[in-house]
Every structure is written in C-alpha cells, then in structure tokens.
Design a protein around this ligand. Structure first.
Ligand SMILES: [Mn+2]
Length: 383
C-alpha cells in the first residue's frame, strides 16, 4: 500500500510580505504530477493546510482546487489540522466528503476512529490525530493527569491503542497522521514552535504505529527510525531553509514490518537563495548572468559604506529580492548583528539573560513559568 505524505502547505502564506500563492499553485501542480506517476493508494496531509485559522478567500480556492484534483484520482485523502489551522473550519463538510473518500479529521473529542484500507497483505488502519494541546485532551479526559504536551499526546495515543476506543489491531499495519513536535527534530525559522520547548513530545509515544506521517517541522527528516518522518513543507518559507531540499515523501507498506520510503524532490517556481558580495560584485553581469535572477533572494552586501538606494537598484536586476542587509565593520561592531548562537536561544532564555543582567539574579522558577505561559498566549494570539 503506497502513500504520498505531505504536510505544512501553509496555503496563503506571505513570506517577507511576498504572496506565495502563485508558487503554491505551481508546487501543488508538481505534486499532482508526482501523484500521477506514483499512483498511491492514499494521500496523507499532516496539518497546516492553511497558514491562518481564517484563511483568505484565494487560499481557500487553491485548496479547494487541490483537494478536488486529488479526489478525482480516486485514492482516499486523509487531512488533519495543524497548529495553524482552525480544526472546526477544516472539518467543514466532513461527512459529505467521506462519500468521495476525502477524510477530514474531526475536532478532537477523545476518540480517534481509524479508516480501514485493504491490500493483498491485509488491513491498513489510518489514524488521524489533529494537532492537540494538553488542554484539549484534558477536557476530554478530566480524570487523567495531563500537564504537558507529552502527557496530552501520551493520553490520546493510549486511548487510541488501549481498551476504551475502537479495538487496536497490533497485528495489522497501523499508520498515524499527526502534527506535533517530536523531540530530536531539527527546526528552522518558519515553524512557530512553543517557547522553551514546552510542546515537545517523546518519539516513543508513537511506537505502536508502523508508519508515522508527521507534520509541523518544516525540514524533511526521519525521527529515530526510518518510518517516523516529517515530510517537510513543499516550499521554503524562510531563509533558514535556503539549504533545504524540499520533497514529497512516498511510503510503501508491504507485509507488516516491511516499509520502503523514497523522497521525490520538488523544484519550485522560484527558489529561495542567499547571495553575498560587494555591490559591485553582485551587480556585475558576469555574476548574475545565467542565474535565476527572479528567485527570492536575501542579499548581503559587504561594502563598508552603505549604497544609496541599494534595494531599488538591486531590484532592477533581482526583481524578487526579499531581504537586504550589510555585513561589514559597522554591523559587526554595532551590536546589530545577532550571532548564530544567540539566534538559537529561545525567547525565554534571552529574557532570563536580560533579567540576570539587570537584576544580578536569575528568574525564579515561578517567574519563568509565568513568562513562559505569557509568551505562549501571546504567540498563539499572533498566529
Ligand atoms: Mn507548519
């Protein structure tokens, strides 16, 4: 049984104020081509379909088109909501769409009923777990001890695989589609994770599943075993991903215990690249001739003196320049440039350091907790 595993489409996303809609339509078309070649038995979309809880009209039209195209290919489609999606809105028309074998995960209510598929090796059960936070699970199981994300997901998985829900058939093959931050995953700038790593969960929680199709982390990667994977975004959504190789994950399940995974590379309409050099260098015809000048670019100028209207001038060669900065004596000494090590620190760590500098004592545990929760709240408001 073959699955095409996608996630984090973030349809409607703007990157550095550029609309990605045309790029997204293009890459979804590329994904349809791959789907036509692979002829999968199912499509897994592991959350963050949209970039916003209330997506723009155009974004909805693009997903409507994509979903219809997928459904026309007759293989069942499985969609869960991610932290960027509204689970209620994404589940709109759920029961109607099941008639076309489009399965939208319902809002989490404590019960995750699998969809059963069959092939020559027997049954494959597909479980769809939408993005869950501890509070959501706690509401469904008030008697359980749930303080952290790890507790929440542990409890949800226990109820999927344990006694209370529909019977879990450990002898058959079981696939989980989920959207959580599994410890050990390597991150980038476009994910919007919780501060202080509060949202991390242990990979071992998903041990009962033969294949775990994850969304949330934007770089394609396996977590521990080859069969627990983030497929990554189809497009680069930040310059921290300039070196990512985006792909579609294609997973084939044979008899229980035998799974093969391949990555089908994706080529975008515009790449996201970083360029550096002096103004004279980067504007020399020999420097840019034959390169994709309309890529989304971050240009770092190394001139000691600022170039007057550099952005405007560079745009005449590189129409889609997204970001311009300088790397010279001024920016290095002026304290403006943030070191890579500092960029890796969480906002909570940075606050802790600032507090220590100002007050000559560290934040107390209570203060830390307060700040972490406050940041979490603000963070969510924003997205
Ligand atoms: Mn995402």
């Amino acid at each position: 049984m073959k699955f095409v595993h996608l996630s984090d489409l973030h349809i409607g996303k703007r990157v550095n104020e550029f609309s990605m809609l045309e790029d997204q339509k293009y890459i979804l078309q590329e994904i349809l081509k791959i789907t036509d070649q692979e002829k999968p038995d199912g499509i897994l979309i592991a959350g963050d379909v949209y970039d916003k809880q209330v997506p723009g009209a155009e974004a909805v039209q693009v997903f409507d088109w994509f979903l219809t195209e997928l459904a026309d290919r007759k293989a069942p489609v499985f969609v869960i909501s991610g932290n960027h999606d509204s689970p209620e809105r994404l589940a709109f028309g759920r029961q109607l769409m099941e008639g076309r074998k489009v399965y939208l995960a319902p809002v989490y209510d404590g019960c995750v009923a699998p969809v059963e598929l069959r092939d020559e090796y027997g049954s494959v059960f597909v479980y769809m777990l939408p993005y869950i936070k501890p509070g959501i699970v706690k509401k469904c199981f008030p008697g359980e001890e749930i303080g952290s994300f790890d507790d929440g997901v542990r409890c949800a998985v226990e109820h999927m695989t344990g006694g209370s829900g529909p019977r879990f058939d450990g002898g058959s093959r079981n696939v989980l589609v989920a959207h959580q931050f599994v410890t050990g995953a390597s991150c980038c700038d476009s994910e919007e994770l919780s501060v202080g790593g509060l949202d991390q969960i242990r990979a071992s929680l998903f041990d009962p599943f033969d294949y775990v199709a994850l969304g949330h982390i934007h770089g394609p990667q396996k977590i521990g075993r080859d069969t627990m994977r983030y497929c990554g975004t189809p497009l680069k959504y930040s310059f921290s991903e300039a070196r990512h190789k985006k792909s579609v994950t294609v997973t084939e399940l044979f008899e229980k215990g035998n799974i093969s995974v391949i990555l089908r590379p994706l080529t975008p309409l515009h790449d996201m690249r970083e360029i550096r050099g002096t103004y004279e260098e980067v504007t020399k015809r020999s420097f840019y001739q034959g390169t994709a000048v309309d890529d989304y670019l971050h240009i770092t100028l190394t001139d000691e003196e600022d170039i007057l209207d550099a952005m405007g001038k560079l745009r005449s060669i590189y129409p889609n320049i997204m970001k311009l900065d300088y790397d010279n004596r001024r920016t290095r000494e002026g304290g403006m440039a943030v070191t890579a090590a500092e960029e890796k620190k969480s906002p909570l760590d940075l606050l802790g350091e600032l507090y220590q500098l100002q007050n000559n004592q560290p934040l107390t545990e209570r203060q830390m907790e307060f700040a972490a929760h406050l940041m979490e709240e603000i963070w969510e408001e924003k997205t």
